[in-house]
Ligand binder design. Structure first.
Ligand code: NAP
Length: 276
């Protein structure tokens, strides 16, 4: 890392909690790899103050912020302009300070997953895809998969949230969690967008995907979730959540700095944090 001077530019992730975020490691590794005099820090912003943090960006000259829980909606509301995807979703995970002092928000999770799938050799166009979960990540992924031409079925526990996620894509289906096995039997790709698999001792878990299917997990810690392990053993192709983490960060890096992202340096940094 370059020594911090008066000319060093600042970027940050805002959230609460935020101390376990991998974003500082990923972005600082990227700055080092392309020799940028930038530094990226984690800022704990209390609930209810996310909008204030975004409005402070032009005042403090913070060039870019990533946004995590619980500020994604408030940050979107505080932006001067939103990307088309962020406008539809009503949330942002990336806010960039522009030269004219205004801030623009975007949601890079969906496109991050699309890049990770492309890297793994999976083109979701005209594939039948089940998305499990109806939270923020699921909604971003449903929208991106729909835009890519996939036939999406959302599977969730809460009927209203499920219908709302499916409504993001014309023709998408909403199915209750009780139908999970039935839905999984009838799709090409299963995307886990719930936290199932993060906890070491949690009961239950997801049924495995099988031969001819893809199992995709958004969970990246552990890198190899029980869902991925069981699906791979059953003959499915698998994609873990780390690729999406790296690519959503790469998209944010590109928007903040205007430079091409050093993907491999960012991936190494993301993996090293997980191994630590
Ligand atoms: P969220 O907004 O809290 O949504 C979680 C969703 O999972 C909700 O629909 C929730 O259902 C459902 N869910 C939780 N436990 C469940 C269970 N036992 N059975 C069935 N459904 C369950 O979280 P999020 O931000 O969308 O994140 C979801 C996961 O994606 C997290 O593990 C996160 O780490 C991961 N993620 C990864 C990346 C990446 O870059 N790889 C990016 C974003 C998120 P209810 O609403 O009914 O509770």
């Amino acid at each position: 890392m370059s020594p911090i001077t008066g000319a060093t530019r600042l970027a940050a992730v805002i959230g609460d909690p935020v101390e376990h975020s991998r974003s500082p490691a990923i972005h600082n590794a990227a700055y080092a790899a392309v020799d940028l005099d930038w530094v990226y820090v984690a800022l704990r912003v209390p609930p209810g103050r996310g909008g204030d943090a975004v409005r402070a960006m032009p005042v403090l000259g913070i060039r870019g912020c990533n946004v995590t829980m619980p500020h994604k909606e408030a940050a979107a509301a505080a932006c001067d302009e939103l990307s088309p995807v962020a406008t539809v979703l009503g949330v942002v995970n990336t806010v960039v300070l522009r030269a004219d002092g205004t801030v623009r928000g975007d949601s890079t999770d969906g496109e991050g997953l699309m890049r990770a799938l492309a890297e793994a050799g999976l083109d979701p166009s005209e594939r039948r895809v089940a998305v499990l979960g109806t939270g923020g990540a699921a909604r971003a992924v449903v929208l991106a998969l729909g835009a890519a031409g996939a036939a999406v079925t959302v599977v969730g526990r809460r009927p209203e949230a499920c219908a709302s996620a499916a409504a993001l894509v014309p023709g998408a289906d909403a199915r209750p969690w009780a139908d999970l096995r039935e839905v999984m039997a009838d799709v090409d790709v299963v995307v886990n967008a719930t936290p199932i698999g993060m906890g070491a001792d949690e009961p239950g878990g997801l049924p495995a995907a099988g031969p001819g299917q893809w199992a995709v997990d958004l969970v990246y810690h552990p890198a190899r979730t029980p869902f991925l392990a069981a699906s791979e053993q059953a003959g499915a192709a698998v994609v873990g959540g780390l690729g999406m983490l790296v690519h959503q960060a790469a998209l944010a890096f590109e928007q903040m700095t205007g430079r091409a992202a050093p993907i491999e340096a960012m991936r190494r940094a993301a993996e090293a944090v997980g191994a630590a």
